[in-house]
Design a protein around this ligand. Structure first.
Ligand SMILES: Cc1cc2nc3c(=O)[nH]c(=O)nc-3n(C[C@H](O)[C@H](O)[C@H](O)COP(=O)(O)O)c2cc1C
Length: 186
């Protein structure tokens, strides 16, 4: 497995999730913070996971641009996407529907809404103000869901095996797809 992991984080939750997924997936990964590094060409990999978080109603612009430049990926390339947020799955899904084109969003084989964390000590004055505006309350401080993270990693690994099988079939058939003759319609 040649896995490229691209993420953006404000206070570290997305990185924490990324590291957990990598530890669960069987195989090495190249982990890139999109805000700090140049992302290598996708040609060097056979799968990608993109991780981001919601702030003030949007995912990071860098991730939005990366996705619109590179996705949807080819059919023999596996792409997963996850998002950290605190406002619940329904609201997060609405953010994603707004920020990512629908054909791209549905092209991700594995999509994870992981919940999130608020690290009170790391919040700046401006961030506290933003949180007040989005009706944040104390029960949302720690909604990060380990079960969802494990499920994401498991699904990713399963889908990778499916993709490998499909590639093997393609190789065997030398790129040709064999169609079964259908019964004529009478
Ligand atoms: C200033 C600020 C604004 C936020 N705005 C939203 C928001 O609009 N919707 C939401 O679901 N979560 C919001 N969150 C919660 C983050 O998505 C959550 O803390 C997440 O774990 C952040 O991950 P990160 O630290 O890796 O960027 C906000 C958090 C902060 C600090």
């Amino acid at each position: 497995m040649k896995l490229l992991f691209v993420y953006s984080t404000w206070h570290g939750t997305v990185l924490k999730v990324a590291k957990e997924i990598i530890s669960l997936i069987d195989g090495p990964a190249d982990l890139y913070d999109i805000e700090k590094s140049k992302i290598p060409s996708l040609d060097e990999y056979d799968c990608i996971i993109i991780g981001c978080s919601v702030h003030d109603g949007h995912i990071q612009e860098s991730i939005r641009n990366f996705i619109s430049d590179n996705c949807p990926v080819s059919k023999i390339f596996l792409a997963g996407f996850f998002c950290c947020s605190i406002m619940g799955d329904e609201k997060t899904r609405k953010v994603l529907d707004r920020d990512i084109a629908s054909d791209v969003l549905t092209s991700f084989k594995i999509l994870g809404l992981m919940g999130g964390m608020i690290y009170a000590k790391k919040l700046s004055f401006v961030e506290r103000r933003i949180l007040r505006q989005i009706s944040f309350d104390e029960t949302m401080m720690k909604t990060l869901d380990d079960v969802k993270i494990r499920k994401f990693a498991r699904n990713f690994q399963e889908q990778y095996l499916v993709m490998e099988k499909e590639k093997e079939e393609l190789r065997k058939n030398n790129g040709r797809v064999h169609y079964k003759a259908k019964k004529p319609i009478t």
